[in-house]
Write a protein that binds this ligand. Structure first.
Ligand code: BG6
Length: 476
């Protein structure tokens, strides 16, 4: 691997910071989401209800312990840390005229701490953290005013951290919302709930348009502030395989992949893909797309593609439709199990080879540098009496994925900027709100009900990853 390869770890403010109302922070869309479990959806409540448990509000309390945690990241040898800036620390309601200085200062302190330890911050502007006020009062990204609120938030961050942060991403996994069968995706991506009588896909495409314009605006603004910024998009990439060589399965997979590629196609090329325009026409979707928006999309294209890779899936053309709303299958009605691969306890397919395939497909399509900004194994860990955690299953998962991307780089010639495995320290699961679905190489003593000492312990994977980084991948 090249010498400056960015080995790191990935996190998101709402899943690990806690301090949800500290120092002037406002509530975000995630602060009204209760805990669920595998197969039990998280509830989105109208307001914050006293007798309900909202696991993200305290999370793992990084907000008050960041120095201790950053020291551990440094000990692991991380070259970069991907995290997000909680929008509501900076603009508590989203529509204020001036930002919250205490929130800005927190990230100044955090970035300084990282830089002092030689860790480069890689920053997502919005990782499911829209101000609740914007969702409630403005309808989230249904409303074009939110485009400008986001642009202002982006500009504020770019200006403030222009000398501390070089790598940025606009919206995390912006393409989750393509699955309109599960309400958490439109809610967390865009602050939107579909109303009765509305056509979910039509709502989604309108919201997506506004959000893509907001992203492009941010890119344009950022480049003016510091032309050296590298600003990327962030998509969830789940390769969708055809079940067989039956041409019908091949075409079913191709159509499903269009849905996956839609967002990155616009982020990268700055124009709507024809398959989408045809869909709008076929379905009679009435979308407000202004001429000026199309210019902005064209100008605000991204420098690189950040993506998450956890699993692949499979579609079968003649499958009876029954997977709607299923997180694991991305809501694809015709997805089926892959007989060649195993799954995690949460049903996520474990497919290291699929990462090399993903890298090749993305690189062939876009010819832009790629950055694996999430990948990991959510599993139950056992804290032994001596505070050891033997997470060999995680080491196996990660080793195989690293081998796979190294092959994509060394053999296929894919341009890869870095690798930041997800949840480098245990945090709250996004889809389930659980703590027991752990990804970290650092264990946090906290359970699903929010009980525990919050103490941090190194897992076996901690030393293993330290070696991987030190040897630039050779020790895998
Ligand atoms: C991605 C998100 O969907 O996957 C993260 O960007 C999330 O926020 C991660 O935590 C893993 O998903 P989960 O549901 O296992 O936490």
């Amino acid at each position: 691997m090249k010498k400056d390869f960015l080995w790191g770890g990935a996190l998101a403010a709402h899943q690990f910071e806690g301090g949800w109302n500290a120092d002037g922070k406002g509530p975000s869309v995630i602060d009204v989401m209760t805990a669920g479990a595998h197969g039990v959806p998280r509830e989105i409540t109208e307001t914050i209800e006293k007798d309900k448990f909202y696991p993200n509000q305290e999370a793992i309390d990084f907000y008050h312990r960041y120095k201790e945690d950053v020291a551990l990241f440094a000990e692991m040898g991380l070259k970069c840390l991907r995290t997000s800036i909680a929008w509501t620390r900076i603009f508590p309601n989203g529509d204020e005229a001036t930002p919250n200085e205490a929130g800005l200062q927190f990230y100044d302190d955090l970035f300084d701490e990282l830089l002092t330890h030689g860790i480069e911050p890689v920053i997502t502007l919005s990782h499911f953290e829209m101000p609740l006020h914007l969702a409630k009062e403005y309808g989230g990204f249904r409303n074009r005013k939110v485009i400008d609120f986001f642009a202002k938030f982006a500009e504020t961050c770019f200006m403030r951290y222009k000398d501390k942060v070089k790598y940025w991403m606009t919206f995390n996994e912006i393409n989750n919302q393509m699955d309109t069968n599960n309400p958490i995706f439109l809610w967390t991506n865009s602050g939107v709930l579909v109303k009765e009588g509305e056509r979910p896909k039509e709502v989604m495409y309108q919201v997506a348009h506004n959000e893509l314009v907001a992203s492009a605006k941010a890119v344009i603004i950022g480049k003016k502030i510091n032309p050296d910024f590298q600003i990327g998009c962030m998509v969830s990439h789940v390769p969708i395989y055809p079940y067989s060589c039956n041409p019908k399965d091949i075409m079913a997979a191709e159509e499903a992949m269009h849905q996956r590629f839609f967002f990155a196609d616009i982020h990268v090329r700055g124009v709507y893909p024809n398959y989408a325009l045809k869909e709008f026409e076929r379905e009679g979707y009435q979308l407000e797309i202004q001429e000026e928006d199309l210019q902005i999309l064209k100008q605000g294209t991204v420098d690189y593609i950040g993506f998450s890779y956890y699993m692949s899936t499979v579609v079968k053309a003649d499958k009876e439709q029954d997977n709607l709303g299923d997180v694991v299958n991305g809501g694809l009605s015709n997805s089926v199990d892959n007989p060649y691969i195993e799954t995690s306890d949460w049903g996520w397919a474990i497919d290291p080879e699929g990462l090399r395939y993903a890298l090749n497909r993305l690189y062939d399509r876009y010819q832009l540098p790629l950055f694996i900004v999430e990948n990991g194994f959510g599993a139950i860990d056992v804290l032994e009496e001596n505070h050891q955690i033997h997470d060999q299953n995680r080491i196996d998962y990660l080793s195989k994925h690293i081998e796979s991307f190294m092959k994509a780089v060394d053999y296929d010639g894919v341009e890869l900027m870095g690798y930041t495995p997800w949840g480098i320290i245990d945090l709250v699961s996004f889809t389930t709100g659980e703590m027991k679905k752990r990804y970290g190489m650092i264990y946090v003593d906290r359970d699903n009900e929010g009980k525990g000492s919050m103490k941090r312990y190194k897992k076996d994977s901690f030393d293993w990853y330290q070696q991987v980084i030190e040897s630039n991948g050779e020790s895998v």
